[in-house]
Design a protein around this ligand. Structure first.
Ligand SMILES: CC(C)=CCC/C(C)=C/CC/C(C)=C/COP(=O)(O)OP(=O)(O)O
Ligand SMILES: [Zn+2]
Length: 451
């Protein structure tokens, strides 16, 4: 898979079927008393844990579903467990470290299973899994010298990376290579050389980033491209104003995000698109300058669609405040092309150093909790779909980003009003560049600075 195919616009019928499902859910929700609302908004932690643990236990030699994807399954499950603030039993942890070690190629990098050829995506998944497990045994099982050689061997003469030997070259490959090198503290000029030029050549007329030059902008690749540019310190080369403009328009009336123009919302984009806001907010210190280019007219996009959610879908619902765990101190409402703070003051679309997220974080949490959650455990794309580990991981990652995006810095706990539903829904914060739980990222940083 080199990249996504050209955009087949969804039919009006498909779009309205999803909207009907979501509307029904929100209408029922709007009619129940506040106590029931809180119950409906509960994150089903125990059921999610049960679903995740049973997935991890199946990773033994006989596990053959998605056989070339096993380090991914480990990452999606382990990261979801860490987001929930939980850990796994020592025996299971040892077996997972041992399994991932057997996926490590003698010449460096990790394959999709023992004996399989090394691949950048599974190397990223394995490294993030081991960082998430996080102790000495886990971190020291990574052969950094060999990984460095593997990464270098994946680099093309034009500066970009290939996913595997003679494999496809794309923005995902650049991100996974640079993310791994950075987190393991082996990033150098040789790995960085000309990657920025490649990413730049993938920013499209819409403002988002495509998988390869000439393709369509997509949330997955925009996240990968932006995170890479931040890691190599070249983010200012991107046109950030149009990128922000593009991503703001991807939040739908349902509250969730779509991956690209004219496609359906999907829970996994809660992270791929929601994470872009976290990157822009946390890691781009001079973003305020670029954002002054966005006038109120452009900001209008987010407002009009989300105002529609309130009037169309949540008909009868007093306000989002009524379903937050506090009286919604931190909530803003969006009106008439401007963002208005609760006190009624008009705020500019982006306030440098300010705390307001650039998307409707409460509407996103509502989509995740009410439309993407399987009450029996696991999360999913949209109401009529089934759960899976990929969507569980990225819906929870997006939920964490949307709960923590109001905090003034990454070490502050969110105010109750920033968390939709009971405060017990609060997940661990992440480092959004690598998408690992913040505390584990810091421990790894310390370990690999010493090592
Ligand atoms: C780290 C790493 C490996 C990142 C991957 C990022 C990512 C999610 C890329 C998008 C991949 C893709 C094929 C999307 C289109 O699918 P689609 O056409 O089925 O979905 P759509 O209709 O929502 O666009
Ligand atoms: Zn999805």
């Amino acid at each position: 898979m080199a990249s996504i195919s050209s955009n087949e616009t969804v039919t009006q019928r498909e779009q309205s079927m999803v909207l009907e499902d979501v509307k029904l859910i929100y209408t029922i929700f709007a009619d129940v008393p506040p106590k029931t609302k809180l119950l409906l908004l509960e994150l089903h932690r125990d059921n999610h844990m049960e679903y995740l643990l049973s997935g991890l236990q199946q990773l033994g030699p006989s596990f053959c579903v998605l056989d070339a994807n096993r380090p991914w399954i480990c990452y999606w499950i382990l990261h979801s467990i860490a987001l929930l603030g939980e850990s796994i039993a020592t025996g299971l942890e040892d077996r997972t470290i041992d399994f991932l070690s057997r996926c490590q190629d003698p010449d460096g990098g990790y394959g999709g299973g023992p004996g399989q050829m090394p691949h950048l995506a599974t190397t990223y998944a394995a490294v993030n899994s081991l960082i998430t497990l996080g102790d000495e045994k886990s971190l020291s099982s990574i052969d950094r010298d060999k990984i460095y050689r593997f990464l270098l061997s994946m680099k093309d003469s034009n500066g970009a990376f290939r996913m595997h030997d003679a494999g496809e070259m794309d923005v995902r490959a650049c991100y996974t290579a640079i993310s791994v090198a950075s987190v393991l503290n082996i990033l150098d000029n040789e790995l960085v050389r000309d990657v920025g030029n490649y990413i730049l050549s993938c920013q499209t007329y819409e403002g988002g980033i495509s998988g390869e030059p000439g393709s369509e902008a997509h949330g997955g690749y925009t996240f990968c491209g932006l995170a890479t540019m931040i890691l190599i310190n070249e983010v200012d080369r991107l046109d950030l104003a149009t990128l922000l403009d593009w991503v703001v328009f991807r939040q739908g009336v349902e509250g969730g995000f779509q991956g690209r123009t004219n496609k359906l919302v999907d829970g996994c984009y809660s992270f791929w698109q929601g994470g872009i806001f976290a990157l822009l907010q946390r890691f781009h210190t001079i973003i305020g300058e670029s954002m002054t280019l966005l006038d109120a007219g452009q900001a209008n996009c987010a407002d009009s669609s989300l105002t529609t959610v309130e009037s169309d879908i949540s008909d009868g619902e007093e306000s989002l405040d009524g379903i937050s765990s506090s009286d919604g101190e931190a909530c803003v409402t969006q009106q008439g092309g401007r963002i208005i703070s609760k006190g009624g003051d008009e705020a500019c679309f982006f306030q440098p150093g300010g705390r307001e997220p650039l998307f409707n974080s409460i509407a996103l949490q509502r989509y995740i909790l009410l439309c993407s959650q399987d009450s029996g455990g696991g999360l999913k794309d949209k109401p009529q779909k089934g759960r899976d580990h990929y969507h569980t991981c990225y819906c929870l990652s997006g939920l964490s980003v949307s709960q923590h995006c109001w905090s003034k810095d990454e070490d502050s706990s969110p105010l109750p009003g920033a968390v939709l539903g009971p405060y017990f829904n609060l997940l661990e914060p992440i480092n959004p560049i690598h998408n690992v739980v913040l505390e584990r990222y810091r421990e790894a940083q310390e370990f690999f600075t010493r090592a």
